[in-house]
Design a binder for this molecule. Structure first.
Ligand code: ADP
Length: 643
């Protein structure tokens, strides 16, 4: 540590000598002597000693005047005041003027040594404290700055995720870049991949004229270099001029990077006046901001793409011929297209946020919404409106959305169907009479004269074909009547009886084909509400098919059970089976599986259509499980009858 210097201002050379030789020098301090006040003041200002020992009475300027003069000049050197007994007022005044300690003359050497040590220790402490304060102040300032930066970046981050207005986000990013880097201006340039140029997308304090025409080639610009090299570029001094085509003294560009799309532009700051170069810290700050800008740009791009798709979809839904209503999980309307409004007479009112219960006046539709909400399963039904129109309605749950109702106006199809059925039944009726006549005469042929073997065979073929036509006509008449809801008087009936009668009737046919027709009667079976004649027709058709489509020597097993309040009937066989691809169609009218195995089997293709119609009229379901070469199981389910 440098030698400490003590200025002694005292007109007594003895005191000077005493202090210098016996107190200061032995303790390692360097004495500086002043014999009057003026000299003392001058040396104090000039030498800036570590301590002043100041006598009260001095020539030219007394001790208090020296103190005042020092105070006026803001000199903060610790002072020990030398005074004499009984001068309390003077001492008080001296303390007011900043004196730290005083010693009364005559003093002992030890007393003086103590006072000097105390004063210097206090001064050192003060110095250290000042230094510490200074350091604290600086640390605090730095913390404040970092806090501001963090706040700014946080605010930008929040606005990036909350604002969908890209212009505002990008302008904020550029403003923050200028502010945080203490720059004079800032800009965000985006890459126009078609022209290979960068154009100005957002700017802060950039000269308006420059901003208007700012387009720079990627190949030949500093901003372009940040893109080409995919890292920050910064220039200072002379070289910076070339960079943007106008005079700047420092500039910094950082690339804007989007995952999977690479670099899409640059964020830059520049100084035109100040020589202050940009630092590593500025690079970090700008890079963080550039990331936010890139996220905002990407979000906006994705949002726009989604928006375009959404608008397209909305237009398609709006203009679709089908009536469409989309509801959320709570059955609150999200969308109701023009066709739906027209179909249900809902007018032009805004229906969003209304419940289907309030809006849709048709109980059948409302019930469908309730059921699908409860079961979570799609529902399909025909809805007849009071004005005579009929709709085919399909209500389907959509995960994450709610449910969608699609309705097609099938009024004209229903009408066509009715006309067709009427036509078929009229024609069938009218055909029966001539057919009966033909059959009668064909049957008579052998009786009216001898027929040879070939003629007999021809007659039998004619009879077989006539039988097919007769079957077809009766099936057609049947299906027409069933669909029209005729002959369907319902009463509680025992399916066990129905099945047993059918088994008895088909047994000879099965035996003829050496087939085992099995029936295991259940211990008990609930009744069903149905039409015994039609249900018998169902069982007959299924057993008939099973016998027809099973080879000689095969088996057919019929069973009936009760399951969950339903009667379940299964007709199984180990016959030829049905290919999976054909299974959905076999209940359609006139559909027959065409294969080598079925070629010689007679049929109209109406048997299963009749089965389906009858079962559905009884509120039941029918389906098939089958494997070619293994066999088939036809199952129908009817609700059990409850009194
Ligand atoms: P069809 O009069 O032709 O028997 P159906 O409507 O009764 O008409 O049956 C439609 C088609 O389903 C049949 O042509 C046949 O190909 C197939 N099919 C019906 N039952 C069976 C079965 N038990 N085994 C194999 N195929 C069957």
């Amino acid at each position: 540590m440098a030698q400490r210097r003590v200025l002694v201002i005292d007109d007594s050379t003895e005191t000077q000598q005493l202090l210098a030789e016996l107190v200061l020098e032995p303790s390692g301090y360097r004495p500086i002597a002043a014999l009057d006040g003026e000299e003392g003041l001058r040396l104090a200002l000039q030498e800036q000693p570590d301590l002043i020992i100041l006598d009260m009475q001095l020539p030219k300027m007394d001790g208090l005047e020296v103190l005042r003069a020092l105070r006026q000049r803001n000199v903060d050197i610790p002072v020990i005041f030398l005074t004499i007994q009984d001068s309390a007022e003077l001492v008080v005044e001296a303390f007011r003027l900043g004196v730290r300690d005083y010693v009364i003359k005559p003093f002992s050497l030890q007393e003086m040594q103590e006072a000097i040590r105390r004063a210097l220790a206090a001064a050192r402490l003060r110095e250290e404290r000042d230094q510490l304060m200074q350091q604290l102040l600086e640390a605090n300032q730095q913390l404040q700055r970092q806090l501001q930066e963090l706040n700014a970046i946080y605010a930008i981050g929040r606005s990036v995720t909350s604002l969908l207005d890209l212009n505002r986000v990008l302008n904020r990013v550029v403003e923050a870049a200028v502010y945080l880097a203490s720059a004079e201006e800032g800009m965000l340039l985006l890459l126009d991949s078609e022209s290979g140029e960068l154009y100005l997308r957002a700017a802060k304090d950039v000269d308006a004229k420059v901003a208007r025409n700012l387009r720079v080639p990627v190949d030949d610009s500093t901003a372009g270099r940040a893109i080409r090299m995919d890292r920050p570029v910064f220039l200072t001094g002379e070289r910076a001029k070339v960079a943007t085509g106008y005079l700047v003294k420092a500039l910094l560009y950082v690339p804007l990077r989007v995952p999977e799309r690479g670099v899409i532009g640059v964020l830059g700051v520049a100084n035109r006046e100040s020589e202050r170069p940009f630092s590593e810290r500025d690079i970090h700050l700008l890079s963080a901001l550039a990331d936010y800008a890139a996220i905002a740009i990407e979000n906006a791009r994705l949002f726009e793409a989604v928006e375009v798709e959404r608008a397209k979809l909305e237009a398609i839904l709006r203009e679709a011929q089908e009536a469409i209503i989309v509801v959320d999980e709570e059955n609150t309307i999200l969308l109701c297209n023009t066709a739906a409004r027209a179909a249900l007479g809902l007018g032009e009112a805004d229906l969003s946020h209304c419940s289907v219960d309030e809006v849709i006046p048709h109980p059948i539709l409302r019930e469908m919404f309730v059921q699908v909400r409860e079961t979570g399963r799609a529902k399909h039904g025909e809805v007849s409106l009071e004005d005579g129109r009929t709709f085919n309605a399909q209500l389907t749950p959509i995960e994450g959305v709610g449910r969608v109702l699609v309705m097609q106006d099938i009024t004209h199809l229903k009408e066509l169907d009715r006309i067709k059925s009427e036509f078929v039944s009229t024609v069938s009726h009218d055909l029966r009479t001539p057919l009966t006549t033909i059959l009668g005469y064909v049957e008579l042929l052998p009786r009216v004269g001898p027929v040879n073997e070939l003629q007999r065979e021809f007659i039998s073929r004619v009879q077989e074909s006539m039988q097919t036509i007769t079957d077809l006509i009766s099936d057609l008449l049947d299906i027409g009547r069933i669909e029209a809801g005729l002959d369907l008087e319902m009463s509680p009936c025992d399916l066990r009886e129905v099945i047993e009668k059918a088994i008895r009737e088909f047994q000879p046919l099965a035996e003829e084909k050496k087939q085992d027709l099995r029936w295991q009667p259940p211990d008990a079976l609930p009744l069903v509400l149905g039409n015994p004649r039609r249900l018998r027709q169902v069982v007959d058709n299924l057993i008939d098919n099973a016998i027809k489509y099973t080879h000689e020597g095969g088996w057919i097993a019929v069973e009936a059970t009760e399951e969950d309040g339903h009667v379940v009937v299964r007709v199984a066989d180990n016959g030829i089976g049905i290919p999976l691809a054909q299974q959905p169609y076999i209940f359609d009218r006139f559909y027959r599986v065409e294969s080598d195995e079925t070629a010689d089997i007679r049929g109209t293709g109406l048997g299963l259509a009749i089965v389906k119609s009858v079962i559905e009229k009884h509120n039941g379901r029918v389906w098939v499980e089958s494997r070619p070469g293994v066999g088939s199981v036809f199952t129908f389910v009817l609700p059990a009858f409850e009194d």
